[in-house]
Ligand binder design. Structure first.
Ligand SMILES: [Zn+2]
Length: 276
């Protein structure tokens, strides 16, 4: 046994092996385990996907707990109202995009092509979605449950990749039917007798959850090609805002960047550098 230690090469190998095992044990998490032992990129993708899915579920549960405590609206109650109001809501959407189409200049064909390409990346048939001009007050795009709104003037402030990320983020809102759900929650909360301040804060917490989920879904479902755009968009947002936003209806941009950085790192994507 002691002869091993007299052989410098064997001794060195033994130290490296021990350090390797120690490093593996210290850093062990189910995700690291699977990604480091499996070269099948699909499996590592699925695992990171599951990790973020679980984190989003936890965040959602926590948010509904706050909502229930502070507005007295339950999750079931909210989803039931959303379902009941949906036919009327759909009609109001149609009026909205018809109005915008007749009041704002037509979108360029190349803009429509970009939106359609992003929709296809999210397995949505562009024929099912209205693509409509609007005035965004700081955002290149917005969405309700069946419309993507684009402000070409706002798009000019951001890189093409950043705009594509924002469209992907908006598509995630659309897929989750975030707008109608928020409206149901808002109108139900107004019928409950609770502290106005707490109600307002709970509604804002709900919006921030929806925004966080839209960011994560845009990257998880859109994939690596949307990563550069996420960083381009958020860095530019900080530049335009002169730092972080107040973090009321949207999480602070620094928190959004942190989430995006974590997701990209776990996916094994290079965290994109800020473009000059
Ligand atoms: Zn959003």
């Amino acid at each position: 046994m002691f002869r091993i230690f007299k052989n410098k090469f064997l001794c060195f190998s033994l130290i490296i092996l021990t350090l390797g095992v120690l490093f593996y044990v210290v850093n062990y998490t189910p995700l690291v385990h699977i990604t480091s032992t499996n070269t099948d990129s699909h499996k590592s993708y699925a695992t990171t996907y599951e990790y973020f899915q679980e984190k989003m579920n936890e965040h959602e549960q926590l948010t509904w707990d706050i909502v229930q405590t502070d507005t007295r609206v339950t999750k079931d109650e909210c989803f039931q109202k959303q379902k009941k109001d949906y036919p009327a809501y759909k009609k109001s959407l149609e009026k909205n995009w018809q109005y915008k189409r007749s009041h704002y200049p037509k979108l360029k064909q190349e803009t429509i092509t970009i939106v359609k390409d992003v929709l296809r990346d999210f397995d949505i048939n562009p024929a099912d979605i209205q693509i409509v001009p609007y005035k965004g007050k700081g955002s290149p795009a917005a969405a309700d449950d069946s419309t993507i709104f684009i402000d070409e003037d706002e798009c000019a402030h951001f890189s093409l990749e950043a705009c594509k990320f924002v469209i992907a983020h908006e598509i995630s809102h659309l897929q989750a039917q975030d707008e109608s759900l928020y409206q149901s929650l808002y109108s139900l909360s107004q019928t409950k007798r609770t502290s106005k301040r707490k109600k307002k804060e709970a509604l804002e917490a709900f919006r921030r959850f929806q925004e966080t989920r839209a960011d994560i879904c845009a990257l998880l479902h859109g994939g690596k090609k949307y990563a550069q755009g996420a960083f381009d968009f958020m860095y530019k947002l900080q530049e335009l805002d002169g730092g972080d936003n107040p973090g009321i209806t949207h999480p602070k941009t620094s928190i959004r960047l942190k989430n995006a950085r974590k997701l990209c790192t776990m996916m094994g994507w290079n965290v994109p550098a800020l473009q000059a």
